[in-house]
Design a protein around this ligand. Sequence first.
Ligand SMILES: *[C@@H]1O[C@H](CO)[C@@H](O)[C@H](O)[C@H]1NC(C)=O
Ligand SMILES: *[C@@H]1O[C@H](CO)[C@@H](O)[C@H](O)[C@H]1NC(C)=O
Ligand SMILES: *[C@@H]1O[C@H](CO)[C@@H](O)[C@H](O)[C@H]1NC(C)=O
Length: 286
Amino acid sequence: MYSYNKLFTLLSLFAILYLSGQRGFQVEGGKSKHAPKKLFVFGDSYCDTGNIKKAIANSWKDPYGVTFPGKPVGRFSDGRVFTDYLDLKNSVALVSVAGNDYSYYLTTNGSLAGIPSFIASLVNQTTIDLIRLKKLGVKKVVVDGLQPLGCLPFATALSSFKQCNSTANALTNLHNSLLIQSVAKLNQENKDHPSFIILDFYDAFLSVLQNPSKHNIENPLKPCCTGAIGGYKCGSVDNNNVKKYTVCDNPKKAFFWDDVHPTQAGWNAVFHELKSTKALHQILHN
Ligand SMILES: *[C@@H]1O[C@H](CO)[C@@H](O)[C@H](O)[C@H]1NC(C)=O
Ligand SMILES: *[C@@H]1O[C@H](CO)[C@@H](O)[C@H](O)[C@H]1NC(C)=O
Ligand SMILES: *[C@@H]1O[C@H](CO)[C@@H](O)[C@H](O)[C@H]1NC(C)=O
């Protein structure tokens, strides 16, 4: 999700094409280092490796990319993002709907009462898009379950990054349960070749946040790149070129990078939580 920016038009699915064989590193535990399999990604900043235009995104500015590759390259993190961690045996389409629609809703309407029906229409539209991708001939279509929005720094800032916002997490759960129902129905209709897979970011994020030391993370809720509550944006400077943010000493110990995006260490931990799930097994091995 691109916080604060009205980049919802990006959700009309921009395509990112990866050739995993061209990537310059091997994921720990990955097997198919040289396999030129394709991952087509439709989505947002949770998976973007630098397709967003430089003019509109702070991800092309310092301090983004400070851990990897050492300079800003458009990734919304200090380093690698989730899609960097997937090694593949078949071509897969990954659909990431990580929250831009909700930032759009909150900035254009904001009525809490209207959220449940908005969630239903969003999941309906996502389902239509998943079917369209399948019809294009993709063997497997993967969709992210929404991460716990109430645990993201923009939502926990009010509690000084101490507690997740349970209202926001309840709404996230509604989104995810509707998505699970929809995807189950699609697979039921296509029993012989079930090809829709949900990646459960919700549980994976919470597992890491609840047991951060397992992943060598010291600051589960406090973002590494931070500033004044409400007004800061990581990467922004004022008219005199003075930074409006500060960066923590060690991004490797933080789960969150900015107000909505995980660090490379955060994504690495999430990937490790997901590695043992059936969904990831289906993506990587079937
Ligand atoms: C906001 O959402 C509510 C509830 O769905 C709706 O009645 C209202 O018309 C919306 N307002 C705007 C400006 O879209
Ligand atoms: C979502 O789709 C379901 C089933 O197709 C339908 O019953 C429901 O009215 C739709 N909801 C919205 C908000 O579009
Ligand atoms: C939690 O988020 C909701 C909006 O989703 C907001 O109305 C509420 O004030 C927040 N609660 C806390 C404790 O921050």
